[in-house]
Design a protein around this ligand. Structure first.
Ligand code: AMP
Length: 427
């Protein structure tokens, strides 16, 4: 069997983890990452092309005989990279892991996602959507709800588009700001006001080709910057997998009530879908409700779920594209993975970039995934707020977290910070 050349699009910790896993595949010939980071350069070849520059991606794909494209982040998907391939005579037969624009709307528009869930009977909080023209109705609708109030900008807002208000006056001001003042630009031209769901969050994942699917390990991420889940939201400060409160019975409900109905719903609606589905869930007294869909893997959930997957990831991708996904039986590592994210001090506010990162060689017991890093003069430097993800596998959560914390404390750069309490709420 001929080996595959793979192009992976993205530059974060998620992409380093995907690249690390693909690089272990006997089915792989060459792996390219566009644009990648200092970590992906150790498991493949970085290409300085942005995933949003479709013409340059095309050129690279043709010149380098790429057999498979894997799209890490949501932006190129929502912008239609998969459609671009299908519309191009030279690229149309090349498999792309990542949905077309129509499917990416599950993440690209909260209103679309809510309508989809209601249409297909997928459990989610009650909601209504408002625009600038219906602001008054929106303000009146708030009066009918009880605190806390959940306001969601319809479009992509770099993870900042969801605001939870504790008082009615705060909610009124926020709704006005989003709709009348376009607080999140185009993303808040529509705002979803949603019932507050009181429970504990987790993330479920599947890969699908629109007919078959494979459920991947479940994870929980830690979004707030501060310990004890305090302070502003971030892209994610750590993750664990599996999730102690998501046992067999609960996960069966997730598959029966959420995962399968979503894939069947896409099929019924005539929306083709090849790629990952990420279900942001709330466990409300043992029942799953969908808070959000994402159309790609999560970051830093990927850094704790991929190390637990024993099955060849490239084999999974090829089976997804070839229509043989149902023949794959996912083999997982029963151990617990814990990922701790090291960030630049100040993040998610202003932070210093370009700090030299050292002492990688002192980490022996953990996997080190680069997030916001680059290379300069032969050194690894920081280039983003979230810098390094450290993942450890152990027989229990406590031991996995302890290993990751020990490793995280060994990696050095000026003004670095990480949370010491990842997973503590579940120990
Ligand atoms: P999202 O960007 O949709 O993941 O939302 C960000 C965060 O807001 C989620 O991780 C939840 O913590 C919270 N959230 C979103 N929707 C709800 C809801 N309906 N009830 C309670 N919390 C929510």
């Amino acid at each position: 069997m001929s080996k595959s050349n793979v192009l992976l699009i993205g530059s974060g910790g998620r992409e380093h983890a995907i690249a690390w896993k693909l690089n272990q595949s006997p089915l792989l010939n060459r792996l390219f990452i566009a644009p990648g980071n200092a970590g992906t350069a150790s498991v493949g070849t970085n290409v300085s092309v942005s995933g949003n520059d479709f013409e340059s991606i095309k050129k690279f794909v043709l010149q380098n005989h790429i057999d498979l494209v894997v799209v890490g982040p949501e932006e190129p998907l929502v912008k239609g990279i998969h459609d671009f391939f299908l519309d191009d005579g030279l690229l149309k037969n090349l498999p792309v892991i990542g949905p077309q624009k129509a499917g990416a709307e599950l993440e690209g528009s909260k209103d679309f996602a809510k309508q989809f869930m209601i249409r297909h009977g997928i459990p989610t909080g009650a909601y209504q959507t408002f625009t600038k023209e219906t602001l008054t109705e929106g303000l009146n609708f708030l009066q009918t709800l009880k605190a806390p109030f959940v306001l969601k900008a319809d479009g992509l807002a770099a993870g900042k588009g969801v605001v939870i208000c504790q008082s009615i006056s705060e909610a009124e001001a926020e709704l006005t700001d989003m709709l009348a003042n376009q607080k999140f630009g185009k993303a808040s031209e529509m705002v979803v006001i949603e019932e507050f769901l009181d429970g504990i969050e987790l993330s479920a994942f599947a890969i699908t080709n629109g007919r078959e699917y494979l459920v991947l390990p479940v994870a929980k991420d830690y979004k707030r910057i501060g310990e004890g889940d305090s302070g502003p939201n971030t892209g994610g400060m750590g993750s664990i997998s599996p999730v102690p409160f998501a046992g067999k019975e609960f996960m069966q409900k997730v598959e029966d009530r959420v995962i399968r109905p979503t894939i069947e719903g896409l099929l019924k609606d005539g929306i083709p879908y090849q790629g990952f589905l990420f279900f942001g869930l709330m466990n409300v007294k043992g029942d799953p409700f969908v808070i959000e869909y994402n159309v790609r893997l999560g970051d830093p959930e990927t850094e704790s779920i991929l190390p637990r997957i024993k099955t060849d990831l490239l084999e999974i991708f090829l089976a997804c594209a070839n229509g043989t996904l149902s023949e794959i039986k996912l083999e997982t590592d029963e151990r617990t993975a814990a990922c701790v994210m090291i960030v630049s001090g100040g993040y998610p506010g202003d932070y210093a970039k370009v700090k030299v990162i050292t002492d990688f060689e002192s980490v022996h017991k953990s996997l080190v995934f680069h997030a916001g890093t680059g290379s300069k003069d032969g050194q690894v430097i920081s280039s983003g707020g979230r810098v390094i993800a450290v993942t450890s596998l152990a027989d229990n959560l406590k031991a996995a977290v302890a290993m990751s914390l020990e490793s995280a404390s060994k990696i050095k750069f000026e003004n670095s910070y990480f949370r010491n309490d990842i997973g503590k709420d579940l120990m």
